[in-house]
Design a binder for this molecule. Structure first.
Ligand code: PGA
Length: 251
């Protein structure tokens, strides 16, 4: 019912030739896999080259952020419409690095999400607690506020174009993955919250993916959990062999 989704977040890495080179290495490695949705998120400047390199393969392309206006005097910003024009089908919004370093808030996440889904992109909306928040037993309060804030005013119809990415901030780039039990507990909580905010059937069809030090060695355990529908992968998505192993977690 929920197609597994594996997303490689390349962050601020890779030149044009490195980015297209990685796609060319990936294509034969993931050749036979058709039952997993595969997405990579290069930097803005590589989006159209990566889209061209991925054409004819199952690999789809995401941006790592977007603005909410379609056009105008907004120096430095990129709109969802232009992302589509460049070949994106997906966009990551509200990554914890954007919340931490670029003043992203639940309100801006919400505006960006509304604009991106309206433009026809699938949004990966990121939520996650910091270590301090987890240790203060605030995990569920923080996540509830982030999910509610990010989805404010989003209808059932638009929710179908949104994937929630749970990324505990303390697990990102630290090599410290959440245990499968910790991740499953949060995913079940988020699904439950979606059922309260929308309906059980919307909650059952919305994908919730995990991110934070996902590697070939731990992906199968995470994916075996009933409420974990995929992975948002940073470091391990930068090399073709490790990303292909993650995409092929079930083969
Ligand atoms: P990581 O990053 O896999 O390197 O921990 C995940 C992310 O930030 O999306």
């Amino acid at each position: 019912m929920r197609i597994p989704l594996i997303v490689g977040n390349w962050k601020l890495f890779k030149t044009l030739s490195e980015a297209t080179g990685l796609i060319n290495e990936l294509k034969p490695l993931i050749g036979e896999i058709r039952d997993v949705e595969i997405v990579v998120a290069p930097v803005f400047t590589a989006i159209s080259s990566v889209s061209a390199a991925a054409a004819g393969s199952p690999i789809r392309v995401a941006a790592q952020d977007c603005y909410w206006e379609p056009e105008g005097a907004f120096t430095g910003e990129v709109s969802p419409q232009l992302l589509k024009d460049a070949g994106c089908s997906h966009v990551i919004i509200g990554h914890s690095e954007r919340r931490q370093y670029f003043a992203e808030t639940d309100a801006t996440v919400n505006r960006k999400t509304q604009a991106a889904v309206a433009a026809g992109l699938t949004v990966l909306m990121c939520v996650g607690e910091t270590l301090v928040q987890r240790e203060a037993d605030a995990t569920f309060t923080v996540l509830e506020a982030q999910v509610r804030g990010g989805l404010e005013g989003i209808s059932d119809d638009l929710l179908r174009h949104i994937v929630i990415a749970y990324e505990p901030v303390w697990a990102i780039g630290t090599g410290k993955t959440a245990t499968v039990e910790q991740a499953q507990e949060v995913h079940a909580f988020i699904r439950n919250l979606l059922a309260r905010l929308y309906s059980q059937s919307e909650a059952d069809t919305t994908r919730i993916v995990y991110g934070g030090s996902v590697k070939p060695e731990n992906v199968a355990g995470l994916m075996s959990q009933p409420d974990i529908d995929g992975a948002l992968v940073g470091g391990a998505s930068l090399k073709a062999d490790s990303f292909a192993k993650i995409v092929g977690f079930h083969v």
